[in-house]
Design a protein around this ligand. Structure first.
Ligand SMILES: NC(=O)c1ccc[n+]([C@@H]2O[C@H](COP(=O)([O-])OP(=O)(O)OC[C@H]3O[C@@H](n4cnc5c(N)ncnc54)[C@H](OP(=O)(O)O)[C@@H]3O)[C@@H](O)[C@H]2O)c1
Length: 282
């Protein structure tokens, strides 16, 4: 018997990285899992592993958070299968990093200000499309899934939502104008929505992450870190972090679990930075 027996979790992006670690934890505690991703193979493999390991009820659904119809089909299937959604985790997302002609080193979001290899701002080379894409991927993806899932969360009479963002939305680094402002929008929106949903007994919180070792982060290293060791490549992300290392997906999953589950029952409109202490705001 786990502490989440009978509870229903819907999570976007459950096949890899942070989402994969989170569904592991919730399944271990007995929750039924509904999760989406765009790639059937990896999604179904993750579902099979959870069933085998924990005897969990798992509903993998191929869906793309960028597409409203696909999102509505996802939430409808979850709702019709389980009757409600107790916990929603908005995790799915991806980023792209751009290289500028003037940059003598790959773009890293936490490049230390003043480092010798930092070129002049890339801002003057950016077009509006870059900003629109970032908003579409991060803010509208999250908004779309939340709006679509809400009727099913209301049926639970005491739901919770956790939005995964980046600490860049709190403390922007150089050259991250697009994703940083999109994450900031996600966080501002989350806090505002907590006021509206609180009286309905629905909590909504944020887990904002720093550099976390996941397939997403490692693909950036493979792309940009040619000829560099991992330590060298990730140094800008760790040297200003008190814990002096990247985080793990399992560590982020613990924060998600606390906020989404009844353990965080009196917490709403809050942000837990899971970033080794990189953001120093209380
Ligand atoms: N890792 C970090 O250092 C870091 C830092 C800041 C913020 N974040 C944020 O944390 C979240 C998780 O990141 P991660 O590092 O765990 O990423 P990841 O390893 O790439 O995993 C992303 C998951 O989301 C799914 N996904 C991606 N785009 C999707 C879409 N449009 N629709 C549905 N599913 C989608 C992926 O499956 P498919 O590819 O099959 O769709 C996969 O299951 C993301 O929102 C990311 O931006 C991560």
């Amino acid at each position: 018997m786990g502490e989440l027996n009978g509870k229903i979790l819907a999570l976007t992006g459950g096949s890899k990285g942070i989402g994969r670690a989170a569904v592991e934890l919730f399944a271990k505690e007995g929750a039924a899992i509904a999760m989406c991703g765009r790639t059937a193979d990896t999604l179904n493999r993750a579902a099979k592993e959870l069933r085998e390991r924990y005897g969990a009820t798992v509903l993998p659904i191929v869906a793309d958070i960028m597409d409203r119809e696909s999102v509505d089909a996802f939430t409808a299937e979850v709702g019709e299968t389980f009757g409600r959604i107790d916990m929603l985790v908005n995790n799915a997302g991806e980023s792209e990093q751009h290289k500028s002609d003037k940059i003598v080193r790959p773009v890293l979001s936490e490049d230390p200000v003043g480092a010798s290899y930092l070129p002049a701002s890339r801002f003057s080379e950016m077009d509006e499309k870059e900003f629109q894409v970032a908003f579409e991927r991060k803010f509208f993806g999250m908004l779309r899934v939340t709006q679509s899932a809400l009727p099913w969360i209301r049926k639970a009479n005491s739901g919770s939502i956790v939005n995964i963002t980046s600490t860049k939305g709190i403390q922007p680094g150089p050259r991250t104008a697009t994703s940083a402002i999109a994450w900031a929008a996600c966080m501002n929106w989350t806090q505002g929505l907590s006021l509206e949903l609180g009286p309905e007994n629905i909590r909504i919180n944020i887990v904002s992450v720093g550099g976390i070792v996941t397939p997403n982060l490692m693909s950036a290293y493979e792309r940009w870190g040619k000829g560099m060791s991992e330590e060298e490549y990730f140094l800008p992300r760790t040297q200003n972090v008190p814990l002096q290392r990247l985080g793990t997906a399992e560590e982020v999953a613990e924060a998600i679990y606390f906020l989404a589950s009844p353990r965080g029952g009196y917490v709403t409109g809050q942000c837990v930075a899971t970033d080794g202490g990189g953001v120093r705001v209380i």
